[in-house]
Structure formats: C-alpha cells, structure tokens
Design a protein around this ligand. Structure first.
Ligand code: MIC
Ligand code: SF4
Length: 649
C-alpha cells in the first residue's frame, strides 16, 4: 500500500513505534524553533537537564512576541535568550526581526525535514513540504538535547483542492472555509494533507496561510506536496539547494477526504469570538469598523501587505477608522520600503508598526471599547486583543483593506462595483527576498558563551513523584473550548513574568475568576473541571506549569486539546476524561477524590479510576495515556523523568 506524504516523512524520522493512528510514535527532530515568551523556560529547562549543546541540525531562537520591551524584564528575557542561543548553539533572531514562523519560513524551512517548535503555529512551513509540529517548551528542550519527540500518530486526512481561486477569494478563505465546516475541534488528532489539481495554482505564501491556520482546527499539522511553486519560492529566498520533490504515493490511503472547490469560494470572515464562527462577508456588511490590522504570522508578509498597498494607492483610509500594518518580518518591511510601497501606505493614512506579534496577543493597538476591529490574524478569542468584550473579526488582507477604505465591513466585490476602478490585486512575490540579515545571528558569530540572567529570571519548579492519592476541591468549573489565553493570558502586564513562575502563577485563570490563584493556594491542592476541548489554542506550557505550582493535581474534562494535554503530563497533572452526565453533575466546590491508589494505577496501566464526590456519589474517569506518559506522570513530570532516564535511577 502506498504512503501519504506525512507517513513518508514520519517513516524517515521514526525511532519508536508504528505508524498506526492513535498509537504513540517517537520521531527524530531535525530543526527546532523557540520564541521569546516560551523560549525562556525552554532554555532554563535545557540547563536544568544538564545539557550543554544543541544536538539538532538547526535550532533557532526568535524574539517576536513582546518586542516593545515596556519593562526591563522583557529586555532581560531577550538578553537571556541571546546568551542561551550563543552558549548552547542556536541561531538568534533579534527583537523586531519578525515573527518566528515567517522568519523561519524565509530562512530555514526545508521540505522533508521535521520541525518542532514551542509555538502552536509551528506547522506554518507545511506550506513548503516540511512536517512541522507545535509542542510545549519542555518537549523542545528534550528534542534539542537529541531526544525523540513523542506524539500520537495522527490520522492523515486528504484535503483535495479543485479549481482555482477567482476574483476576490483568497487563501485565507480556504482555511476559513475549513473552519466553517470542521470547527475548532475538527482537526484534533489529524494531519491535513492538501492534494489535488488546485494545489499548483497556490504560491508558497498562500499555502503557508492555510497551514498556519490549520492550528485553529486543532490539527497536529498541515502539509502540502512540493512542486514548481516550492522550487520557485526557494529560489527567491536564495536557498534553491533545499528543494526536494515530495508527494504522496498515487495509491496512498487516507483516513478521510474533504473536497474544497477553490473556484466556488467567496470572501469569508470569522465573527467574534472564535475562529470557526465563519460566515460570508456579505452577511455582516454595513457593520461600522474602527480599526483594521494587517499582520500576524498568518497574513503579515510581503505578499499579504502588498495587496492592501495596491488597493489603497491613491485612496485614503476612512476618517473614523485606524489602519495599522504590522509586518511579519523585517525583511518584508525592508523590501516594501525599497519598492516605495511603505510610502504609498503611509500616504493613505496607514500606521506602521515594528515586525512583531504584538497586537495579536493584546500588546499595543488595543481596540476602543465597544468597537469593531477587523484583523488578518488567526485568533479572535474573547479578550485576546487586550480588552474584554472585544469584537474582533478575522479576514483576508483584501477584506480588511476594503473595510478600511469604506469604514465598514464590505465584500470587496461590492466595494469594487461601488468605486468602479478597484481591481483585485492578486498575489505577487518579490523577485528576490533580499532583505538584510543583520538581525539574524549565526551561533558561530555569537558574542555569548555564558547565560545572562536578570533578577526576574527564576528557577524551574519541580513536583514530587505521584503519590497514592490525587484529588481535592474542584476549585473551578469551566465551559467548553477554554483556551490557554483564559488559563494564562498573554497581555503585556503578564507576559514579562514568563520566566518567573512564582509571580506568573498569580494570574492563573484570572480571566475566568480573579480569586482563583488565592483560592487554589488556600485549598493547598485541588482539581479543575472543564467541558470539551480544554486548553485549546497556544502551546504555552505555563498553562500547565502555573496550575501545577498552585497545587492542582488533576483536571477532569470532557476532552483535551492536543498540546495542552501533553503539557499536563509534562508537569505531572493527571488529565482525566469524564462523560457528559458527570460533567453536568459536578459542581464547583465539590470535593473530588480519586478513590483508587492512583500512583499504582497509573504505573500499572489502569484506564479507569473511580472518583468519589463529597463522600456522596461516585463516577468513573478515564486515563488515556501511553506507557511513557504514565511513567512521566509517576515521576512527577517530564523533567524529573528525563533526568531519571539519563542517570538510570
Ligand atoms: C499564541 O498565538 O497564542 C502564542 C502567543 O503565539 C502562543 C505562544 C505563547 O503563549 O507564548 C502559541 O500559539 O503557542
Ligand atoms: Fe504571534 Fe499571533 Fe502568530 Fe501567536 S498567532 S505566533 S501571537 S502572530
């Protein structure tokens, strides 16, 4: 039987297990990517593991999320990261050089290689045939030390693209259509492999918009085959030698098939406040817009800014609307500036930001109260923009720019008809990505050979091995689709504590209940209860690390998001699955005790645990875990487990 492209790459990198969906496999990692807000813990853990040199072919450390450095703690984190990259042997991308996924795509992404990154949008270079997976920081630290990465073998789904995009429909509409059909849970345990005749019409930047936002489907990864478009892109970025022809076998078998006819797509938009809340733009036309932003790792590159610049040439942004462009890479900004497009945008009333994630996580450009913001980003979770009750819509650069011109949401087809001289700008790549690489420091050029830790940089907390009893008061009961932004928000006032867990934990779940941290500490151990898809969104391991620090021993949820589930194991919190009736019956404040000897049960492969509530009634919870995950839980987390493995204890 033939293989899918995903299976081929996994097979090439397989060190443990078999490619059977649902089974755990161990794979070799070629490249790693870390960013500033997850990277500090990664390197602290790398150090705590006693590791001395990066063992992967390539490691790259980016500073992209909080580049405004409002506080010396941010700048200290960046200096620490530079020193860690130099000391341990990673490339270092300076603050302001751009968003990790975009800079990585332009400089290092290569077909057929595996990439593991401490950011959930790591799958972005799947658009050029790289198998890229997002994971928690500790998993990256171990991979950089040469250890395999363990993941459940995903089901591979064939997304067959037919036809070609027409008129004002864009790559963003392809992924919005997928979200409309499948929802934010639709990709859990899956890799989406794009195939079919429609693939060849999409350039690499269009493909990476799709693979980037596959994360919003909950997918393990998304990938395209390589072809003339990939070759062309790699030539333009100056790395033709990285090209490799990759495609699935003709008789490959997929778990499922989804057909998207590109020629039938129209401009789509995700309404507040979930990326799958997708409707045709025409359904929400007329809504007044006060802010428009082009940027983020999804749609912030040269190819995403240029269409807006072409549409705005000789026009102005509506008087009650602010339009901001935040380039995804400094290289994109530099090329646009050299070509004169930056001046055109400025003349039209556009405000330019530095190349950063920034506003995507509520740092800068917070929308006005009770106003609509249209963004080309990938996430619009409630409150993520920096203000609760926000109204953030997600759309393509073309739809965003049309709204900036009109001052209200408008389908660009209708605006074009109204204006008479507005044409669809299409996609254009620069002849050469020839920006300076002054901000990208090769490990051989590094000036650092020891770690520089400012006063805010703390230690890595550890947990005791799992004992006989687990449980306690259910300190918080939550709904479905709780995001890691709810668990540990990423706004500026909090982000500066990503390397200081003691302080950061004070903010745990504060967006759901601002007394949570105090109550958890007072209860001296406890549990959490949640609905479906608990922990969706980011890879931030702090969303497990901080609850662990506050004494949370178990999470009872109807289902878990992939990366967060792995992070719970990594920090010794027992993730238990419950059914709908149990979820309904448990109340916040109930005392839940796992009756069975948990330590022994976890070690012995038990899958069901009896739990008693208030000495009153009982339910059964499921533990779905591989042998390795059980050992990690028993050891009190992955750091202790990895050390035990190394010393043979
Ligand atoms: C996000 O988009 O939520 C982030 C901020 O990039 C996170 C990483 C983080 O929390 O530092 C992610 O997606 O993993
Ligand atoms: Fe940065 Fe936003 Fe992309 Fe996360 S989703 S990497 S915060 S631009």
């Amino acid at each position: 039987m033939g293989q899918t492209l995903t299976e081929k790459i996994l097979d090439d990198h397989l060190v443990e297990g078999e490619l059977t969906p649902g089974e755990e496999i161990g794979i070799d990692i070629d490249q790693t990517l870390t960013q500033d807000t997850t990277g500090t813990m990664v390197w602290l853990q790398f150090e705590a593991l006693g590791l001395e040199d990066v063992q992967t072919e390539l490691a790259a450390q980016y500073c992209d999320h909080q580049t405004y450095q409002f506080d010396f703690k941010n700048t200290d984190d960046h200096r620490f990261l530079r020193s860690a990259a130099g000391t341990f042997g990673a490339h270092f991308s300076r603050p302001g050089n751009g968003i990790c996924h975009n800079v990585h795509k332009e400089n290092f992404a290569a077909p057929g290689k595996t990439l593991l990154g401490s950011d959930s949008h790591t799958p972005t270079p799947g658009g050029l045939g790289q198998l890229a997976i997002g994971a928690g920081g500790l998993d990256i630290a171990v991979a950089m030390g040469g250890g395999p990465y363990y993941v459940e073998m995903p089901e591979v789904v064939n997304v067959r693209l037919e036809g070609e995009l027409e008129g004002w429909a864009s790559a963003k509409d392809v992924i919005l259509e997928m979200l409309r059909r499948l929802s934010v849970k639709g990709g859990v345990g899956k890799v989406f492999e794009y195939t079919g005749p429609g693939v060849e019409s999409l350039t690499v930047p269009e493909r990476t918009t799709i693979t980037n936002m596959g994360t919003e489907l909950g997918a393990t990864s998304s990938i395209f085959p390589t072809d003339e478009q990939t070759k062309d892109y790699l030539e333009r970025v100056g790395r033709p030698e990285d090209f490799e022809k990759l495609e699935p076998d003709a008789d490959a078998e997929y778990a499922d098939e989804i057909v998207v006819d590109l020629s039938e797509l129209e401009p789509l938009i995700a309404k507040p406040s979930m990326p799958d809340n997708v409707v045709p733009v025409r359904e929400v036309e007329g809504e007044r817009v006060e802010q428009v932003m082009i940027g983020s790792c999804t749609n912030g590159s040269y190819e995403d800014i240029l269409p807006g610049a072409k549409m705005l040439k000789g026009r102005e942004v509506a008087k009650h609307t602010e339009m901001i462009v935040a380039p995804a890479s400094k290289q994109s900004a530099e090329i646009l500036a050299r070509q004169g497009w930056t001046a055109e945008l400025m003349a039209a009333g556009v405000n330019f930001s530095e190349a950063t994630c920034g506003a995507c996580i509520g740092i800068g450009h917070v929308p006005a109260s009770d106003s609509v913001s249209l963004r080309t980003f990938n996430r619009n979770f409630e409150g993520r923009s920096g203000i609760e009750d926000d109204s953030v819509y997600l759309c393509s650069p073309e739809v965003a720019t049309a709204a900036a011109i009109k001052g209200e949401i408008v389908d660009p087809r209708d605006l074009a008809e109204e204006l008479g001289d507005l044409e669809s700008p299409g996609i254009e790549l620069p002849d050469e990505y020839d920006g300076s690489d002054a901000d990208l420091i090769d490990p051989n050029e590094s000036i650092d050979d020891e770690l520089i830790k400012g006063p805010n940089i703390g230690d890595v907390p550890l947990k005791d091995p799992l004992g006989d009893t687990v449980g306690g008061e259910s300190i918080l009961k939550m709904d479905d689709n709780i995001t890691t932004d709810h668990i540990i928000p990423a706004t500026a006032d909090i982000l500066m504590y990503r390397s200081n867990i003691e302080k950061l934990s004070e903010f745990t779940l504060s967006r759901v209940d601002d007394t949570f941290a105090d109550r958890a500490l007072e209860a001296d151990g406890g549990t959490l209860v949640a609905g479906e898809n608990y922990g969706q969104g980011s890879s931030r391991e702090h969303a497990a690390l901080c609850p662990m620090y506050l004494g949370i021993e178990a999470v009872f949820a109807q289902s878990f998001a992939r990366i967060h589930r792995a992070n719970l194991f990594n920090f010794g919190i027992v993730p238990l699955t419950i059914d709908d009736d149990t979820y309904e019956q448990i109340e916040q404040g109930d005392d839940i005790t796992v009756v069975d000897d948990v330590g022994a049960g976890v070690r012995n492969g038990e899958e069901q645990f009896t739990c008693r509530v208030n000495d009153d009634w009982e339910f059964t919870a499921q533990l779905h875990a591989s042998e390795r995950e059980r050992d990690i839980l028993a050891a009190g987390g992955k750091l202790s487990w990895t050390k035990e493995q190394a010393t043979g204890d």
